[in-house]
Write a protein that binds this ligand. Structure first.
Ligand code: PEP
Ligand code: MG
Length: 537
């Protein structure tokens, strides 16, 4: 047996086969070839193979999802037959370069062309060009398809996972995550938590592909990952897993109950989500609403900006699903660890202190406006609220409100019905907490983002696994800033909640209640645990 220890992200136990997730990132080498004719033939064969794969995908999608969804594979086949595209590849081949490089050059040329077009539909085709080109490059280079190739749900082990990789994974195929690197406050960890999967990060795992197919046990209670445990230990772990499942079932009894302590103090418990499908888990956990919809996840794991229509249908789906429960949509928080190629952001020395979140939105209002239009259009389908991340000044809020006003006016003129929505901000910088008295006069609510507030207050990079053990999440400075924020909110007659990971820390539940925090927003898997903590007071 091999045993690894790491930082646990979710207390739970998973037992199953291990799947080593191989990164799909690859660099296309530029080489000169001797025989251009042979290279052209290699390219033609790769296109033929790609066409075959696309036909098979079309048939599969037709059966599973219907004609509308299958159509995209037909479009991809047509794009691969397009003379301009093939000419662009052949042109580079004729200069004596290898086929992988020629396809990449054609891809870049067409992606740039489409990205610069005024037409939204054509801009969205950038993703398709990249998709078909990558398919051909993968075939040429003999790289397997992206995704998890397993017949049964598996424990996904990896060196590290980015938020984009995690968001693309099919939850039904995963029992748990184990990574060699990473910190428990990273967005990858947050995603694992929101998927309600046991996960360990920073295990120092080195075995790589040799783990494939072996039996593994992820023990999120002790932060341990066991590979091929002896039968006796495996039996013990199966027993503990059953116990854990039984405890979870006991929590189910709390569904429908109020979040009230015996002395009558109560608090709202909402859920954090990152994807439309997570709304189901929030309802299933009996959350009072969605306290944080991390909308940037709609932008991750893809090759081009989500269109207004795409975003509209995502927000509408969540609002409809949640019915009369409030859904707080946080506008785009891209940057730092949430990287998206098509934003073409420059490399920065200190990305967490850099060009991210509301700073990008105010600097590139066309991106912000598309998102706000989608949210306001969807607002009539439920109880939407909007909040803005990474605020540091009153001035930012004034500029946001100006843009919001323009968006509402334009939509009304275009004949769209819209509803009034609450506008709030995240308090996740020490600056915002310190001037929360002034900020409170400008907005309808505060939501305290303790993940970033901790990072910026204690000068501890939330991504840095080395600092994790020394980072005191209960530091008096953090608690003081939370208290100050809540008091200033109440003085101005608005409410204040917490949506960072600290909200689920049941050692602080009593403290938060005493401070008068109005709402805690936690991952769906923590809703009932926090309700129990409140009711046990
Ligand atoms: C936070 O910073 O606490 C927060 C909720 O936002 P995110 O974790 O997405 O940065
Ligand atoms: Mg944050």
């Amino acid at each position: 047996m091999e045993k690894y220890t790491g930082k646990s992200v979710l207390k739970g136990i998973a037992i199953g086969r291990i799947y080593w997730y191989q990164k799909q990132e690859y660099q296309v080498a530029q080489t000169k070839v001797q025989d251009t004719g042979a290279e052209k033939k290699r390219f033609a064969q790769a296109v033929e193979t790609a066409q075959g794969q696309l036909s098979a995908l079309y048939e599969e999608a037709l059966v599973r999802a219907g004609e509308d969804h299958a159509m995209i594979f037909d479009i991809h086949k047509m794009m691969l037959e397009d003379d301009d595209y093939l000419d662009a590849v052949n042109h580079v081949l004729e200069e004596g370069f290898n086929a992988e490089y020629a396809v990449e050059m054609a891809q870049n040329q067409f992606a740039e062309l489409f990205a610069a077009m005024d037409d939204e539909y054509m801009r969205a085709r950038v993703a398709d060009i990249k998709d078909i080109s990558r398919r051909v490059i993968r075939i040429l280079a003999g790289i397997p398809e992206d995704g998890i190739l397993a017949d049964e749900p598996v424990i996904v082990a990896a060196d590290d996972l980015t938020p984009s990789e995690t968001v693309k994974m099919d939850k039904n195929k995963i029992l748990a995550f184990v990574t060699a690197r990473g910190s428990s406050n990273s967005h990858t960890a947050i995603l694992a938590r929101s998927m309600n999967l046991p996960a360990l990060v920073n295990t120092g795992l080195e075995a790589g592909e040799s783990l494939n197919g072996k039996i593994g046990v992820v023990d999120g209670f002790h932060g341990e990952f066991l590979v091929e445990p002896e039968p006796e230990l495996l039996d013990q772990m199966i027993h503990r897993k059953n116990q854990w499942v039984a405890d979870l079932e006991a929590l189910e009894q709390l569904k429908g109950k109020d979040n009230a302590a015996s002395d009558g103090r109560r608090i709202d418990i909402f859920a954090n989500i990152g994807k439309v499908e997570d709304a189901e888990a929030a309802l299933e956990a009996d959350a009072g609403g969605i306290g944080l919809f991390r909308s940037e996840f709609l932008y991750l794991g893809r090759d081009s900006f989500p269109t207004e229509e795409e975003q509209f249908s995502s927000y509408k789906a969540v609002l409809e699903k949640m019915g009369d429960k409030k859904v707080i949509i946080r506008t785009l928080d891209i940057g730092a660890d949430k990287k998206v190629d098509y934003f073409c952001l420059e490399e920065e020395e200190n990305p967490a202190l850099g060009y991210r979140a509301i700073r990008i939105c105010l600097d590139r209002p066309e991106i912000f406006i598309t998102q706000l239009r989608a949210i306001f259009r969807a607002s009539v389908y439920g109880r939407a609220a909007i909040m803005f991340p990474m605020i540091v000044s009153v001035n930012e809020i004034r500029r946001i409100k100006e843009i919001v006003g323009q968006v509402k006016k334009a939509l009304s003129q275009e004949g769209y019905p819209i509803k009034e929505v609450e506008l709030g901000i995240m308090i996740e910088t020490p600056a915002a907490a310190l001037i929360s008295d002034r900020l409170a006069r400008e907005v309808d609510f505060f939501s305290i983002g303790t993940n970033d507030l901790t990072q910026y207050t204690l000068a501890v990079d939330r991504q840095n696994q080395k600092l994790e053990s020394t980072c005191d999440t209960h530091h008096p400075a953090i608690l003081k800033l939370i208290q100050m924020t809540v008091e200033n909110a109440h003085r101005a007659g608005i409410w204040a909640g917490i949506c960072g990971e600290l909200a689920a820390d049941t050692d602080l539940t009593e403290t938060f209640l005493s401070m008068g925090v109005d709402e805690l927003s936690v991952s769906p898997s923590s809703v009932l645990k926090v309700r129990k903590a409140v009711r046990d007071l």
